[in-house]
Each structure stands twice: as structure tokens, then as C-alpha cells.
Ligand binder design. Structure first.
Ligand code: ADP
Length: 490
């Protein structure tokens, strides 16, 4: 598909230049499919972060004052460059994160779509003229926040840069991005492409490093907002620090999403969807449908069909186009999955398939896990309540609509929910009653730049996607003008 090459970068990108960390420190990024290091990456110190933020601040006003069409052109050109470098970006992403190459290729193209969509979004942001007192004009303005710090996790690196950067940049902000320490490479590659697309120096900086040091330094730096995606635990810490300064934050956090199958559903579609939503990217996504609620009358047959389908999935080398499940991210992630599976068994749930690591020929040190389906799960078990971030499904039965909604909502998170049914009224009732920011009917995990989404309960604060996200990167100003000769009197 593509021929253009990217020089893989491993240094910080600050103020338009690639540079070593000020203290020369580096950290390793590892290919989870082989267990081998890919490269050493510069580790940004708090000083480097402060410099990136200062350069962003210096560049932001000019960027904001550019005509809309200039900002749009840079973002649209970035989209083109992403597409023309798609193969290489996909290979970098797959090597750094263990994700199947076929998924990565699709996600690179999806990332370009976010840049395209948001390129001229400022033209669609509306201000209001508000009916007011006689001889007065009262209107609102939307202005950029200034400098936005973005902090992202390892599970969807490029797609998350697509979700966060173009919306923030299009409305005139400068951005400092701290990618996840496990997957820093495509952020640096993207920075190079954006510079080539004409983004002025300083408007985007990329500062790889660990969360507790580089990430925390970015939250404490002179930024006007932090846009964070990651765990609920870290999200809470960031919100607390932001609260001290009354700084704006958006948080897109964890999930434990229900996928609910009624007996009246098209069961071929429901089975494929139920499998997809807990296995895609080895279950390492916040909107994974990792709690399957199945109507009792079809439970046994449906679950046994799902077990067969799970056992047929091809788990293996992410570089192989035929692979459906690649490696899990890290040894820490593998320990987490194994810990939850052990707790499920301890608490009395029964694994029908999986519950073990998989050895892939030729990749003996790779981190592979077999899709796992638990039955005899109670709603209060660890595996039914916590985000595992692995291909592990908990099956819970239900016998009525009320019980389905009650069990769907009996969890701390509220990100996504899926329902599989052909009953229109049931679908609408469920969409109304479920505690989740995104509801899917007869589908799961759809996402598009023009469609807003937000996490409820412990799944987040704020909105991503759509015009609403672009608005959230602005601050509102209200202007009052006296058009007449009215004099203020006491
Ligand atoms: P995950 O469990 O998906 O790795 P985390 O919430 O731990 O999610 O990490 C998401 C992002 O947050 C990463 O870029 C990580 O480095 C960063 N991070 C972790 N801890 C902190 C912190 N205390 N302050 C700021 N960023 C952090």
C-alpha cells in the first residue's frame, strides 16, 4: 500500500527538535511478542517537561491567531502523511505493543480519519448571540485554553493521539504529549510527520517517560488542562492534583462493560459480537464487553458455542497477517491477568476454556494468553467487578429484563454497554436505563471521530469525539456591549 519510510526516532521531541533528555537518561521499550528490547528511548526529566511546556506557551498565541484554513491544512496534511506511511506506522505500533499487524493497519487509517475530521472543526463551533436588554449586545466567544497536556496509555497509542491531538490543535491550543512508557515509538514518529506537515515548532512536543516522574511533572507543569486516558487509579490522582489548582481535566478511564444477550437476538451476530468485544486487542481495551449476561433459556447453548469460537481463534505472532490475538503488553499485565484468573477459580467460578498462557512456536519468551471464559460467576466476584485488561470473560445468567438491567448496572464503572435483541422497545428501554456513557445495540465497540462519548461513574469525566470534544478544548467568554448612550447609575 505504501512506500514512504520513517526514520524510527527514540529521542524527545521538544520545540521542533529531537533531543536527548537533559540528564541523558533512557529507558527500554520491549517487543512483548519476543521479550526483546527494541530500542532505548530518552526519558524526559521534569526540566525537559517544563521546557516543552514553555515552548508550547511561546508558540500557542501565534498558532491561535493563524487563519482557520492554515490550521486545517496542517491537520489534513498530517492525515495524508499518516496514510502514506501507514505500513511503517503499523509495523512500529505492532512491534512496540504486541498487537496483530492487521489490527494496527486498520487503526492507522482510523487515526488519519480523526485528523481529517477535526481539521476544520473550528468552523463548526458556534457562539451565541443572546437576546438581552434593549440597546445591548450580548454574545459568547469560544477561545482555546492555551497549553494542553495529554497523557495516554499503551493499549491504543496511535488511535489515542488521533482522539486527542487534532481536536485540541484545531481550536488553537498547543499540546505536550506524554505517551505511555511501554509504547512511545509511534508518538515520536507522528511528531516527525506533523513537523513535515507544517506544524510550527513548539505547538506539539512529545516527552516520553515514566508516569510517576514525567507524567506527574506534566500534570504539575504550567498547563491549562490535562486530557488523560488510562486507569481509574491514576485518573483519580491526576484529578486530585488538578483540583488543587482548579485546572480542567478530562479523564477517560477503566470499564467493565456488560454485553447482554436476549433469546430473541440474532444469535449469529450476538455470538460474533460477544467474542469480538472481550478478545479484541487481547481484551486490553477500556470498553471491552468483559461481562456477558445471557438469558437463562439460551445460556448453555450460547456459551458452548462461544467456547468453540474462542478455541478457534488464532493466538500468535503479531507480525503474521492471519493472527487474531497477539501478545499481551507486559509481564506486569500477564501477572495481573493470571492473578484475576486465579481469584476467579478461588472464589468458585469455573473456567470453561483458556485460563492458561500459550506458548507460541518460535516466540518462547512472548507473552501470550488463551481466551478464557468463566461460568458460575457471581456478580460480586473480583472477575465480575474489576477491569482485568485481558481476554477473560465472566458469564452471568438472567431471566428478566429487570434482572438484566440490575446486573448490568451493578458495577462501579459505566463506560459502555451492549445489548443483543430484535425487540425495538426492549432496546430503547435498555438504552435509557443502563448506566453507561455509550450504548450499543446489536454491535459493540464502534467509535468514530464525529460521535461523542463519555464515561459515567468511575469510567471518567468529560467527553471525547465530536464537536463536543472540540468545545471542551475551549473556554467560554461572554461579551456585553452597550450600543446606546445608557449611563450606569447607582
Ligand atoms: P495502564 O494501566 O493502562 O498502564 P496507567 O493509568 O497506569 O494505565 O497509565 C496511563 C498513562 O498514565 C501512562 O502514560 C502512564 O505513564 C501515566 N501515568 C501513570 N502514573 C501517573 C501519574 N502519577 N501521573 C501522571 N501520569 C501517570
Amino acid at each position: 500500500m505504501t512506500t514512504q519510510s520513517i526514520t524510527a526516532e527514540n529521542r524527545l521531541f521538544i520545540g521542533g527538535d529531537f533531543t536527548e533528555a537533559s540528564d541523558g537518561a533512557t529507558f527500554e521499550t520491549i517487543n512483548p511478542a519476543t521479550g526483546r528490547p527494541i530500542t532505548d528511548v530518552s526519558h524526559a526529566t521534569p526540566l525537559d517537561v517544563a521546557e516543552a511546556v514553555a515552548k508550547a506557551r511561546a508558540a500557542q498565541k501565534q498558532w491561535e491567531s493563524e487563519p482557520l484554513s492554515v490550521r486545517a491544512k496542517v491537520l489534513r496534511r498530517t492525515a495524508e502523511l499518516i496514510v502514506s506511511h501507514a505500513d511503517q506506522l503499523a509495523t512500529l505500533e505492532s512491534t512496540d505493543g504486541g498487537k496483530p499487524i492487521s489490527d494496527c493497519k486498520a487503526q492507522v487509517l482510523g487515526t488519519a480519519e480523526w485528523f481529517d475530521f477535526f481539521a476544520d472543526v473550528s468552523a463548526h463551533l458556534r457562539s451565541d448571540v443572546i437576546p438581552s436588554f434593549p440597546d445591548h449586545l450580548n454574545y459568547t466567544l469560544r477561545q482555546p485554553l492555551g497549553v494542553v497536556g495529554t497523557i495516554t496509555p499503551w493499549n491504543y497509542p496511535l488511535p489515542l493521539y488521533g482522539i486527542k491531538l487534532p481536536a485540541a490543535l484545531a481550536v488553537g491550543n498547543a499540546v505536550v504529549l506524554k505517551p505511555a512508557e511501554q509504547t512511545p515509538l509511534t508518538a515520536l514518529a507522528l511528531a516527525r510527520l506533523m513537523a513535515e506537515a507544517g506544524l510550527p515548532d513548539g505547538v506539539l512536543s512529545v516527552v516520553p517517560g515514566l508516569g510517576e516522574t514525567t507524567g506527574a511533572a506534566l500534570v504539575d507543569a504550567d498547563v491549562d488542562m490535562v486530557s488523560f486516558t488510562g486507569s481509574t487509579e491514576v485518573g483519580r490522582k491526576i484529578a486530585a492534583r488538578a483540583g488543587d489548582r482548579l485546572m480542567k481535566v478530562t479523564l477517560e478511564l477503566g470499564g467493565k462493560s456488560p454485553s447482554i444477550v436476549f433469546a430473541d437476538a440474532d444469535l449469529d451476530i450476538a455470538a460474533a459480537g460477544a467474542l469480538f468485544t472481550f478478545c479484541v486487542h487481547q481484551g486490553q481495551l477500556c470498553s471491552a464487553g468483559s461481562r456477558l449476561l445471557v438469558e437463562e433459556s439460551i445460556r448453555e447453548e450460547f456459551v458452548s458455542r462461544l467456547v468453540t469460537m474462542a478455541e478457534d481463534l488464532r493466538v500468535g505472532d503479531p507480525a503474521d497477517e492471519a493472527t487474531q490475538l497477539g501478545a499481551v503488553m507486559s509481564q506486569a499485565q500477564m501477572d495481573r491477568i493470571e492473578g484475576f484468573v486465579a481469584s476467579g477459580i478461588d472464589q468458585g467460578a469455573r473456567p470453561l476454556t483458556g485460563a492458561s498462557r500459550k506458548v507460541v512456536e518460535g516466540l518462547d519468551n512472548g507473552l501470550f494468553y488463551t481466551p478464557t471464559i468463566f461460568e458460575d460467576v457471581k456478580v460480586d466476584m473480583e472477575i465480575a467487578q474489576n477491569e482485568i485488561f485481558g481476554p477473560v470473560l465472566s458469564v452471568l445468567p438472567f431471566s428478566s429484563d429487570e434482572e438484566a438491567v440490575e446486573k448490568a448496572n451493578d458495577v462501579l464503572y459505566g463506560l459502555a454497554a451492549g445489548i443483543w435483541t430484535n425487540d425495538l422497545r426492549r432496546a430503547h428501554r435498555f438504552s435509557r436505563d443502563v448506566d453507561a456513557g455509550i450504548v450499543y445495540v446489536n454491535t459493540m465497540n464502534a467509535l468514530a471521530p464525529w460521535s461523542p462519548y463519555s464515561g459515567w461513574k468511575q469510567s471518567g469525566l468529560g467527553v471525547e469525539g465530536g464537536i463536543e470534544q472540540a468545545e471542551s478544548f475551549t473556554k467560554l467568554k461572554t461579551v456585553w456591549i452597550n450600543l446606546g448612550d445608557q449611563v450606569p447609575t447607582l
